[in-house]
Design a protein around this ligand. Sequence first.
Ligand code: SF4
Length: 294
Amino acid sequence: MHIPEYSYPLYRPPSEAKSLIFQITEGCSYNKCTFCGMYVDKKFRIKPFEEFKYEVDGIPEYTKKHIKRIFLADGDAVIYPSEGLLKILDYLQEKFPNLESIRSYAGPQALLEKSFYDWRAIFSRKLDMLYFGLESGNNEVLKIMNKGMDADEVKEKIRGLQKIGFDFSVMVILGAGGVKYTSNHAVDSARWISEVNPKYLSLLTLFLRRGKNYFQYIDTPRFRHLIDEAAEFIENIRGEGIIFRSNHVSNLFSLKGTLDRDKDRLLEYLSNVRSHCAGKGILESYPDFYQENI
Ligand code: SF4
């Protein structure tokens, strides 16, 4: 018996805590976002099928029977060339008899590059949910982030993939537009989310692990900007049944609910946070992790 040998750092969404992870790629094929330090020290690599197969084969049969969910890592594992990815998915079906769902992060390049024909074949092999870092629905902000995508182009592709049956968990990053673009970022991201209506939505807070001068031309947001931006974002979402979470380690306040149903409660909570912090100097202060960017 041998277990998968991971190359670290290894990231997965919090909701994949119970999934078995196979790293079919290592690092991020793009690795150029100005804010992201997840894979800066990791050279991108596509794992050959034989190496992946060796890891699967090393798992005892009785363990395989209990696996229901698999997460494919690293950063955008679905960038794996389609033919090889289908072979991997076929092998997973063959070896894990009770497998219900396979998930992965998906970068914009992989989403756009693969044809709908390929995505249909992928979906039919139980890869049915993708985690996508939109970060912002505003193209100016995306340029600052060097995300390498156009928000509308990706939106259309994702809507096509939803018609195939894919579920999406979308991440938006609070503070990504600094002070200058705070409102444009909130409103355009809310519009994008409303039009896509993903199953899950996470609101994280920008946490700079790479570009320390990120806020140079757009001003570093203070605590009050982040509260107001979260409120403007939630206020403008028109989607229905979106499971919303803002309780990542990067978040300064914790929010969870279902949009639109819990919108008023979430806005009231943010308003209470604002009132509670008023007059204590907190609203005008910077989050600790922005201190070196002021
Ligand atoms: S944000 Fe995603 S696409 Fe950008 S460098 Fe980080 S892992 Fe890669």
